[in-house]
Design a protein around this ligand. Structure first.
Ligand code: ASP
Length: 208
């Protein structure tokens, strides 16, 4: 997966992972961005939501916060795999920042950014997104995944969404929130709202 082990490489051959979790009951959210020493960034995102007054912590501060709350520190090398390194070399040759599933490791089993949405027995919604981002991204680049409303959103009044795709465009369109807003304000069905955003609004700005 493009999260945890098998995370994509940045231009400088490092790994920087982003993750977010959101609770549709309370609209609470937690996120981390640009972490490289946490095996499961999404667990740190949950800690930010539950044990801090903040929504998004980045880099070293996020890692220190997670360690202080009992998470283990791992070596950034843990995330490196041969196939991901080969993807970086290919993206470099192409001179591109590459979306993970644009050049899948295995066409039959596309495994990229990890997204999850859930509904409990009483209809409460939650969403989570975890990623290494895009291959050959600049160090310091943060994508849509750790941003509530862009790559992750949950609201009991409408929908739970986890996105994967060209992060910059998802940020500019607030893709996850836009689906929720279309359902809430325009009474679109989930299917209609997703089609509007995924098939029309994102491609119109060059996203996928
Ligand atoms: N949306 C992620 C990002 O731009 C990448 C992905 O979904 O594969 O960081």
């Amino acid at each position: 997966f493009n999260a945890g082990i098998g995370s994509v490489f940045t231009r400088d051959e490092t790994h920087e992972l982003d993750a977010c979790v959101m609770d549709g009951i309370t609209l609470k959210a937690g996120a981390v961005a640009g972490v490289s020493r946490l095996r499961n960034p999404v667990l740190a995102a949950r800690l930010v939501m539950e044990a801090s007054p903040h929504v998004l912590l980045m880099g070293e501060g996020a890692e220190t916060f997670a360690f202080e709350h009992g998470m283990e520190s791992v070596s950034p090398d843990l995330f490196s795999t041969e196939v991901r390194y080969q993807q970086l070399l290919d993206a470099r040759t192409a001179g591109k920042t590459q979306l993970d599933h644009a050049a899948p490791l295995d066409e039959r089993h596309k495994m990229g950014t990890v997204g999850a949405v859930a509904m409990d027995l009483t209809g409460n919604l939650a969403a989570a997104t975890s990623t290494g981002g895009m291959t050959n991204k600049l160090p310091g680049r943060v994508g849509d995944s750790p941003l509530p409303g862009a790559g992750c959103y949950a609201n009991n009044a409408s929908v739970a969404v986890s996105c994967t795709g060209t992060g910059e465009v998802f940020m500019r369109t607030l893709a996850a929130y836009d689906i929720s807003a279309l359902m809430e304000y325009s009474q679109l069905s989930l299917q209609e709202a997703c089609e509007r955003v995924v098939m029309e609004k994102l491609p119109a700005l060059g996203g996928s």
